[in-house]
Unconditional design. Sequence first.
Length: 171
Amino acid sequence: MFRTRKRRLGVLTALVTAGALLAGCSTSAAAGGGSGSDTVHWGTKQIPVAWDPVVTGSTAATNYLTPIYESLFTLNEKREVKPALAEGYSYNQAGDQITIRLKPKLTFQDGTPVNAEAVKFNIERIKTQQNSALKGSYNNVRSATVIDDLTVRLDLGQQDYQIPYLLSVRG
C-alpha cells in the first residue's frame, strides 16, 4: 500500500510539474490581449522523459513539444514549408548553402531577442551536445555563420534541400 501511495504521489507530482510548465504556454486576455478564447487545454497520460527538444529522441515527443516551442518553419496541411520564426530562406545555386532570414522584433520568453546568434547557438548545440538526439539529422550542416542580426547561413557538406523540413519539426 505504501508503494502504491508513493507511486501515485510521484505521478501526481510529475503531472503538476508538467501542468505548471504548460500553464506558461497558454494565452489569455491579460497576456495576449485577446478574448481568452485562444487558451489551450491539454491533457495526457504520458509524461515525456525530457522537455528539451534537442535531447528528446522520440518522434512522438513532437506532440508534447510543438505547443511549447516555436520552430523556424512549420509545415502546412500539404506538407509545404511555411515561415514561423523565420520569414524565409534561400539556397545558393549549388544547393550547399542555405540562408535563413528571421522575422524582426521576436523575443524569447525571457525577453532576449530571437536573432541569428541564437539560431547559430542552437544549430551548434544540436551538432555538438553529447546527448543530442538530433545530431544525425544535421550531419550535412558543416557550420552556421551569422551574416547580420536577422540572417544566418548554414554551410552544408553537400546539396541538401531537407534543411527547412528539419527546422520545421524540432530545430
